[in-house]
Design a protein around this ligand. Structure first.
Ligand SMILES: *[C@@H]1O[C@H](CO)[C@@H](O)[C@H](O)[C@H]1NC(C)=O
Ligand SMILES: *[C@@H]1O[C@H](CO)[C@@H](O)[C@H](O)[C@H]1NC(C)=O
Ligand SMILES: *[C@@H]1O[C@H](CO)[C@@H](O)[C@H](O)[C@H]1NC(C)=O
Ligand SMILES: *[C@@H]1O[C@H](CO)[C@@H](O)[C@H](O)[C@H]1NC(C)=O
Ligand SMILES: *[C@@H]1O[C@H](CO)[C@@H](O)[C@H](O)[C@H]1NC(C)=O
Length: 585
């Protein structure tokens, strides 16, 4: 499977954009009557001034465009070519937000350069453990083969080709800088606690690695899990490359089987934290709701599955057993999020129901909000922790069943379907389009966060891209499976996608059937529709992506140059490339 074709051999200098330019933040346009008034008082001289002004502006804009290397813009380029260029640009934008070049500790990902210095920009000049792990994960496949990426289904060891990537050193320096920054963060006492008592779940730090002491929705338990998931593939890679310094590096910085929890062994520390703390409540990934969250739990389960395999590789058999048992217990809880009546997985619960009454984890959360719990965290769960078609390998732990949260699971599809449709009629920019043509999507329909404060929420790049990526995953998985049988809870999803859906209920469809083959193609087209909505910001928004897309006019909203927006785009484009390569398109 080809990886990151769009990054290899790419000359990054070509994409340097001289100036950061925002669209949409100019003062509001003059109202119609004001403009008319002006016209009445205008005379010939004024007209000339305006004409000359326009000419100067156009020349300036053209100059900037040429200097930015986008001289021929989009004309004559295929969608694939445009996406490749934009994904490379997005990767550059990600790198711009990491480490000293944005004023941060080496390796730390800054969420956004936005420091709150304008009323329409919030202060996101901090580092978040979750964002950092996801952002670094999006860079991972720039140098690690695909097989490393789903480390919870690891089937190595593998032979490492040490000469494969030209930009390998840069990437390895980057990940080591990240590792050392996370060592600093793990050992920093903060409002969530100290190294031994909960401090690893602190969501947010200053860009120099010192604690953030303001009020916040803390703790957030997905951080350690995502960081472990990010780093375990690198540990496997080092063990495979197996220079003595590689093995030493793993032992001294990532995982030392002789040590349970000591500063400096980042993966091991995170695994211990997750294994002993997943049953406690905490805030969701949007930092708003205290409770139990599907996303947090599924990434915790994956981290522990991956951790068990790494532990086994390092002969840490006690830890292996402990991690895999905890992962299994989380897996049992995940099914509790399924709501039979509503027909989708709820994204959060105020308590975790337990089958045996002695369990202490069914603590009720007071003030749990009233919501539908159809949430963007579900597609995020699928793309970051879902089963993938190439990861269904040997059953390593036959006595423990893990739920299959995969892209063709009817419950997963029903959940995605209901999440998408919950935005029906909400955003003007989706106009009269049907969802299958691609909508801009928000975090959840009850959202009121406008990017700075509370008013009326807009769609997010992350969520729109997560759905695009989900479609490429469904496409790949369905193609590999080669068949589908009658619709169940996912009827709504398929009936919008396939023609003649009435014929589908009780028959099995497989490769070669016209409708089946059409559906495969259609899934990719729908993914493209969503991806196209997000990438339009590049085309029209000064080559940048903010956090949100204004619901009325498509202008950027909220934190500018949000690092996570870029990484969500990069991973969606990569999933698209992988699907196309698989299907031979
Ligand atoms: C694990 O144990 C096996 C068998 O005793 C040994 O061959 C191997 O080198 C050990 N691996 C590590 C990483 O210690
Ligand atoms: C799995 O369960 C069976 C039956 O209870 C038991 O004999 C076997 O040892 C278990 N295997 C593992 C790997 O725990
Ligand atoms: C949306 O779908 C409906 C039903 O399939 C169709 O009648 C309508 O024309 C579509 N709208 C657009 C804008 O394509
Ligand atoms: C197919 O199944 C769905 C869901 O069970 C149902 O709503 C629909 O009416 C069925 N269609 C036909 C033609 O039986
Ligand atoms: C992307 O959107 C543009 C207009 O906004 C449209 O012209 C183009 O056909 C779309 N491309 C795809 C692949 O959907």
């Amino acid at each position: 499977m080809p990886q990151n074709r769009f990054f290899e051999g790419l000359d990054m200098e070509r994409f340097s954009i001289p100036l950061y330019r925002m669209r949409g933040y100019e003062p509001l346009a003059k109202s119609g009557s004001e403009v008319k008034q002006k016209k009445r008082v205008s005379n010939d001289k004024r007209c000339w001034v305006i004409v000359i002004g326009l000419i100067v502006t156009v020349c300036f804009l053209l100059g900037v465009t040429f200097a930015g290397g986008w001289s021929d813009g989009y004309s004559g380029k295929t969608f694939d070519q445009i996406l490749s260029l934009e994904a490379a640009l997005a990767k550059k934008k990600i790198l711009d937000n990491i480490g000293p070049r944005i004023g941060a500790l080496d390796g730390l990902v800054v969420a956004s350069p936005s420091k709150g210095d304008k009323p329409y920009l919030p202060n996101y000049y901090f580092t978040w453990t979750r964002d950092s792990a996801l952002v670094h994960s999006s860079l991972l496949s720039s140098f690690l083969p695909h097989a490393y990426l789903t480390s919870y289904a690891w089937s190595g060891p593998r032979k490492v080709d040490r000469t494969r990537h030209s930009n390998f050193k840069m990437n390895e320096d980057l990940i080591r800088a990240y590792i050392h920054s996370q060592d600093r963060i793990q050992s920093t006492t903060n409002p969530s606690g100290g190294f031994m008592d909960g401090g690893l779940n602190e969501p947010k730090f200053q860009v120099d690695g010192s604690p953030f002491r303001g009020d916040w929705g803390r703790p957030q338990r997905d951080g350690p899990a995502l960081r472990a998931l990010r780093l375990i593939p690198y540990a496997h890679f080092l063990l495979d490359r197996s220079y003595s310094l590689d093995v030493k590096y793993v032992q001294e910085n990532l995982y030392d089987p002789q040590q349970v929890k000591v500063p400096g062994r980042i993966i091991k520390n995170d695994l211990e934290e997750v294994a002993s703390g997943w049953m406690k409540h905490g805030f969701d990934l949007w930092e708003e709701v205290d409770g139990y969250h599907f996303f947090t739990l599924i990434v915790s389960m994956r981290a522990l599955q991956a951790g068990a395999i790494l532990a086994s590789r390092l002969n840490d058999t006690g830890a292996e057993t402990y991690y895999v048992q905890q992962a299994g217990s989380i897996g049992e809880k995940l099914e509790d999020f399924w709501d039979d009546e509503k027909g989708y997985y709820l994204s959060s619960l105020p308590k975790l129901p337990s089958k045996n009454s002695e369990s202490s984890i069914s603590l009720d959360i007071p003030n749990f909000p009233s919501r539908e719990w159809q949430d963007c965290s579900m597609p995020l769960s699928l793309i970051h922790a879902g089963n993938q078609f190439d990861s269904a390998n040997v059953q390593r732990y036959p006595n423990i069943t893990f739920p299959v949260f995969g892209p063709t699971n009817p419950r997963v599809l029903a959940t995605l379907d209901k999440y998408i449709k919950s935005f029906e009629g909400m955003y003007k920019i989706n106009g009269g389009k049907n969802w299958t043509q691609g909508w801009a999507l928000g975090r959840y329909k009850e959202d009121v966060y406008d990017g700075v404060g509370k008013s009326i929420a807009s769609p997010w790049h992350i969520c729109t891209n997560a759905i695009a990526q989900s479609f490429y995953l469904v496409q790949s998985q369905l193609y590999v499976e080669g068949s589908m049988d009658g619709f169940k809870v996912d009827f709504g999803f398929w009936s919008d996608i396939m023609k003649e859906s009435v014929n589908f209920n009780d028959t099995e469809r497989r490769t070669g059937d016209v409708n089946f083959d059409e559906a495969i193609v259609r899934l990719g087209e729908i993914g493209d529709g969503f991806l196209n909505v997000s990438r339009r910001a590049f085309e029209e928004g000064g080559k940048s992506m903010s956090e949100q897309i204004d619901r009325n006019n498509g202008n950027p909203r909220g934190a500018r140059d949000l690092t996570w927006s870029y990484s969500s785009f990069v991973t969606a484009v990569r999933a698209r490339e992988e699907a196309k390569a698989l299907l031979g398109l």
